[in-house]
Design a protein around this ligand. Structure first.
Ligand code: ADP
Ligand code: ASP
Ligand code: MG
Length: 411
């Protein structure tokens, strides 16, 4: 007998038939003697609908109130899922995040899980119930409802698996595993049987939305056995996230150089041009941005010949106008000639632990893009990743040619 946490995403609970289908899968696992905790997202499209509804009332919705109403999407699906299980003759009980007590910090719309009171779930499981928990939501110490950021149900699933010391966390979605890149953009993309935790972390952080990055972080921290699977197939092994010793050279040598390509259209570029080149300038630019709780991703500083420098960084598109507003206020103080924003950019990243033991990967990437006439605006690298910022309109082309150049397609 195993304890398994199964998380089902929006498409997998997108209609009554799909919820019934989910219930049949759970029943099969129950029949094998397993204890099952189900985590569900809102029905597909519902979270977007709720956010848009809020914006019709308040263009910049109050975060606390937004969380209160957006969390209802998942409250609907837990009830429906428990009913579907009951209709199959199973015992089932549903809980919202605050009923479980998935305790988070108070950072509304992007809260972090601090702890989970799991005793109640355990008692229900021991009494033979399937426990159904709402993904994406929690409650802060003062009883305010919080949400965990878009895609946050993955994190609920993995965090529950960690708290319950589950044998496995299964993420059921609308693709049958993690692919070399998004199969919706590159149909030749190939499913990976396994991927290292480090690579998955990097892919998720660079924009692959198949797993929310925090869910991967949780899996790494608590060594949760994590697998991505299709909710539309009866069987299939999906993709296992593995925790190999990164120092293990033998396993590294068998690694392909590049495992996957991620892309992200959610960032905007901000350029602070012609600032005097003197100590403290980076701090004067980024300090006020950080004070406004705006996350900065890539940063580049270029030396000009005339003693001035250009400073460029990226933020989430949603934060661009706020960041520009802040910088316009300090422009006189920092002595910048001009401040510009550009949200027509995309970031494309190649990821692979095999990069560590190979040289020339960056030049191969840059040559491939150059051959297509794609200009690189920014570059950032880590040991297992190279990311470039390019014009948004070339994003899909860049992903396709890189996928081919690094021979990632189906053999
Ligand atoms: P869910 O609603 O089940 O959480 P998501 O839409 O959040 O599903 O994530 C699944 C989607 O992630 C897929 O439909 C696919 O388009 C996208 N995706 C992006 N990169 C990858 C990748 N490398 N492998 C598989 N899917 C990917
Ligand atoms: N329903 C939430 C969202 O759309 C959480 C999730 O699906 O994981 O972002
Ligand atoms: Mg998701």
């Amino acid at each position: 007998m195993a304890l398994i946490v199964q998380k089902y995403g929006g498409t997998s609970v997108g209609s009554p038939d799909r919820i019934k289908n989910l219930a049949r899968r759970v029943a099969r696992f129950k029949a094998l003697g397993h204890q099952i905790v189900v985590v569900v997202s809102a029905m597909s499209g519902e979270t977007n609908r709720l956010i848009n509804l809020a914006k019709e009332i308040m263009p910049e919705p109050d975060p606390r109130e937004l969380d209160v109403m957006v969390a209802t999407g998942e409250q609907v699906t837990i009830g429906l899922t428990a009913m579907a299980l009951m209709e199959l003759g199973l015992k089932a009980k549903s809980y919202t995040g605050s009923q479980v007590r998935i305790v988070t910090d108070n950072a509304h719309t992007k809260a972090r899980i601090l702890r989970i009171d799991e005793e109640r779930i355990r008692a229900d499981l021991d009494a033979g119930n399937v426990v159904v928990v709402a993904g994406f939501q929690g409650v802060d110490e003062n009883g305010n409802i919080t949400t965990l950021g878009r895609g946050g149900s993955d994190t609920t699933g993995v965090a529950l698996a960690a708290a319950l010391k589950a044998d496995e966390c299964q993420i059921y979605t609308d693709v049958d595993g993690v692919y070399t890149t998004d199969p919706r953009v590159v149909p030749e993309a190939r499913r990976l049987k396994s991927i290292t935790f480090e690579e998955m972390l990097e892919l998720a952080s660079q924009g692959s939305k198949v797993l929310q990055i925090r869910s991967v972080e949780f899996a790494g921290k608590y060594k949760v056995k994590l697998r991505v699977l299709s909710s539309f197939e009866e069987d299939g092994e999906g993709t296992l996230i593995t925790f190999e010793d990164p120092e293990n050279k033998d396993s590294n040598m068998e690694q392909p150089i590049i495992s996957g390509i991620a892309f992200n259209r959610d960032e905007a570029k901000i350029m602070v041009l012609g600032v005097p080149d003197k100590p403290g300038i980076a701090y004067q630019i980024l300090g006020p941005v950080a004070d406004a709780k705006i996350d900065v991703d890539m940063i580049i500083q270029n030396m000009g010949a005339d003693g001035t420098t250009d400073f460029t960084f990226t933020v989430h598109k949603n934060d661009m106008s706020k960041a520009l507003g802040i910088l316009n206020q300090v422009q006189g103080h920092i002595g910048a000639r001009e401040i510009r924003g550009d949200d027509k950019i995309a970031k494309v990243s190649i990821v692979g632990v095999g990069m560590r033991s190979h040289v020339g990967i960056a030049s191969q990437m840059f040559r491939t893009l150059a051959e297509e006439g794609i200009n690189i605006q920014m570059i950032s690298t880590s040991e297992i990743k190279i990311a470039v910022v390019i014009d948004e309109k070339y994003m899909e082309l860049a992903v396709r040619v890189l996928h081919k150049a690094f021979e990632l397609e189906e053999a």
